[in-house]
Design a protein around this ligand. Structure first.
Ligand code: SAM
Ligand code: SF4
Length: 346
């Protein structure tokens, strides 16, 4: 038995791996299929065959931050900025409900126009629709996170991007790694389901750093983990960078499923962008969530984190039926519940 086979067996049965063992799997392309199979079995055993669909509403592409990889960064002048009105956002949530989605994800750049009172009003209207709400709006104060939670927000997505403080400082100028960690801690304290994750392929990132990311997610017991490869955007400082390694990202996600067996793990759009059909492969490699886009028309096109974003020209109706067909084709089903994390004895 190869060393990596023993490590996969250990991860599958004990849900614990050392830093060295994680590095070994991340660095070994030959282990990928077996690792993905093991992750798929753990996914089946712990979170079942239901796939949770979360309707994604991209409500503003204004951002005060300047992340080196992201098309929404404030210095990018090659982007048409937009923000949806409260009525438009609530109408999209209603649309999501009509498609049968039980959760909406409200995502935006860090847009200060959306003050607490504005966000509160939107949340209160959406909660009347009996939908779970995930926010993905970046860094806010403890008091704001608290008020948003009280207005009904259930979950929050805030990727740490990398746990390496130096690498973070290089690619997220003007931001503070310490503050990002504090935000995650605040969200946890306030009783949100907390999602975080890694951007795989940041220039300077090493296998050693990625392994530390994985152990960090296990240590904070993340409820959701969104992992995606870097898709270089020519209108950003990382325009000439190499794309993130799709296969390395797949191994990363599969290891996460072994170590956090009952967490919710999406098959991310960036995996589809770098490899058509990539999300389907991820659903068979440990993932159990998909976030179909509910945003339509011009806003959908202008929420341009990176070029060639999968499904950018599709309608939300098309996304709904396409995803359901893809899920059924792999012998799985669309889950009917809101998809909160169900903690299992590990
Ligand atoms: N502004 C919020 C934040 O940063 O948390 C939410 C929106 S932001 C666009 C969501 C995620 O997009 C980020 O966490 C980042 O990892 C990802 N992203 C941005 N640019 C990307 C790129 N060029 N390739 C892949 N993912 C990217
Ligand atoms: Fe803004 Fe988020 Fe993009 Fe950074 S990743 S520039 S915070 S939208």
């Amino acid at each position: 038995m190869a060393e990596w086979q023993e490590i996969i067996e250990k991860g599958k049965s004990s849900h614990k791996l050392t830093h060295e063992e994680i590095c070994c799997l991340l660095a070994e392309p030959a282990c990928e299929e077996e690792l993905a199979r093991a992750a798929d079995e753990v996914r089946h055993a712990y979170v079942g065959d239901g796939v949770h669909l979360r309707g994604l509403i991209e409500f503003s592409n204004y951002c005060r931050q300047n992340c080196a990889y992201c098309g929404l960064r404030r210095d990018n002048k090659n982007i048409k900025r937009y923000r949806l009105s409260a009525a438009e956002i609530v109408a999209l949530a209603r649309q999501a409900q009509a498609y049968g989605y039980k959760t909406v994800v409200l995502q935006s750049g860090e847009d200060e126009y959306f003050t607490l009172p504005r966000l509160r009003a939107i949340l209160l209207s959406i909660k009347e629709l009996d939908l779970a709400v995930t926010l993905s709006i970046g860094e806010r104060s403890y008091a704001e996170y608290k008020a948003l939670r009280e207005a009904g927000a259930d979950r929050f997505l805030l990727r740490i991007e990398t746990t390496d403080a130096e690498l973070y400082a290089r690619h997220d100028p003007g931001m503070s790694h310490e503050r990002r960690l504090r935000c995650l801690q605040d969200l946890k304290t306030l009783g949100y389901e907390v999602g975080t994750g890694t951007l795989v392929g940041l220039p300077g990132q090493t296998i050693d750093m990625l392994a530390r990311d994985i152990l960090f997610y296990q240590q904070i017991d993340a409820d959701m983990l969104g992992i995606g490869p870097l898709v270089p955007n020519p209108h950003t400082p990382l325009g000439d960078a190499a794309p993130g390694d799709w296969h390395l990202t797949r191994r990363f996600v599969a290891i996460l499923r072994l170590l956090l067996p009952d967490s919710n793990i999406p098959a991310t759009t960036a995996m589809d962008t770098l490899k058509p059909g990539g999300r389907d492969i991820m659903l068979r490699s440990g993932a159990n969530v998909v976030m179909p886009n509910v945003t339509s028309g011009e806003a959908r096109r202008n929420y341009a984190l990176y070029p060639g974003k999968a499904c950018v020209n599709d309608t939300p109706e098309h996304c709904r039926s396409c995803m359901s067909a893809r899920i059924a084709a792999m012998g799985r089903f669309v889950a009917e519940d809101k998809g909160f994390r169900q903690r299992r004895k590990i």
